[in-house]
Ligand binder design. Structure first.
Ligand code: UP6
Length: 275
């Protein structure tokens, strides 16, 4: 699927949130998702307003905001309308089906009511998908499975990654793709199986143009390595765009978002043309 255009894939995807995301990518010529990992609501909104024109998707960790109020979600949704992007809450669910259904629908954050996309670890097994789908599928939401992680020493490798790929293939209506570092179509297939027609989007974190990593095990690759060489679909960039939240320079945030958007899009065009 990654050899096809985003526009073609938008027309054929079985998941509603994936279709919306691919349509947004095409409209905005952007495969950039900015991860807004700051703890103040004002900084959160200022960064999103600045990068909004350059992104297809804003990724949140809503539980790190110190001064969260439900009004923040209304402001986030207003920015999503203003700038035409989707919202991905990077919740990384990891419990039994009944518990994740409650965590997804209820509590302070009511994630399912505003996040088009969320994600889950596969460690509990397929029942985590059943639990989340019971809430998200009727709302037209999409789920990403964490098949790999960008951090050094990650245990999500080998047969764990293969099982994640199989779990997605068994649930292609709600599972729209993966958090991973490469394509997953052929991962975990037995020798007599061939890759099906399923189109799973691969969203890749661990992307930076300058730095190779941080002091806590994060590892970065360039947009070109991620999109062109590894065949991923969306680059997720956090600190590469906004630097240190301690000295936010909004004009610089805007410039960096533009720079990552261009790098991601040129790598995609090169990928499509190379076929
Ligand atoms: N993230 C990773 N690696 C993964 C999965 N998720 O970095 O395998 C998330 C982090 C963070 C963002 O939780 O929100 O992506 C990366 O931020 P950074 O670009 O500032 O390193």
């Amino acid at each position: 699927p990654h050899l096809r255009t985003y526009a073609y894939r938008a027309q054929n995807h079985p998941n509603a949130a994936a279709r919306l995301l691919l349509e947004t990518v095409v409209r905005k010529k952007s495969n950039l998702s900015v991860s807004v990992d700051v703890t103040s609501a004002d900084d959160f909104l200022a960064i999103i307003d600045a990068v909004g024109p350059y992104v297809c998707l804003i990724k949140t960790h809503i539980d790190i905001i110190e001064d969260f109020t439900p009004g923040l979600i209304q402001k986030l949704q207003a920015l999503s309308q203003k700038h035409d992007f989707l919202i991905f809450e990077d919740r990384k669910f990891a419990d039994i089906g009944n518990t994740v259904a409650l965590q997804y629908s209820s509590g302070v954050y009511k994630i399912a009511s505003w996040a088009h996309i969320t994600n889950a670890h596969t460690v509990p097994g397929p029942s985590i998908i059943t639990g989340l789908a019971s809430v998200g599928l009727p709302l037209g939401r999409g789920l990403l499975l964490l098949a790999e992680m960008s951090s050094n020493g990650s245990l999500a490798t080998g047969s764990y990654t293969e099982e994640a790929a199989r779990m997605a293939r068994a649930n292609p209506n709600f599972v729209m793709g993966f958090i991973a570092q490469r394509r997953m179509e052929t991962v975990g297939l037995t020798t007599c199986e061939t890759a099906g027609e399923d189109d799973f989007l691969v969203l890749a974190p661990g992307v930076g143009l300058e730095s190779k990593g941080d002091a806590m095990g994060q590892q970065y690759r360039t947009p070109r390595e991620v999109i062109l060489k590894s065949g991923c679909d969306i680059i997720i960039v956090g600190r590469g765009v906004y630097g240190s939240p301690k000295n936010l320079d909004i004009q610089e945030v805007r410039n960096q978002a533009g720079r990552y958007r261009t790098a991601g899009w040129e790598a995609y065009e090169e990928r499509v043309l190379s076929q």
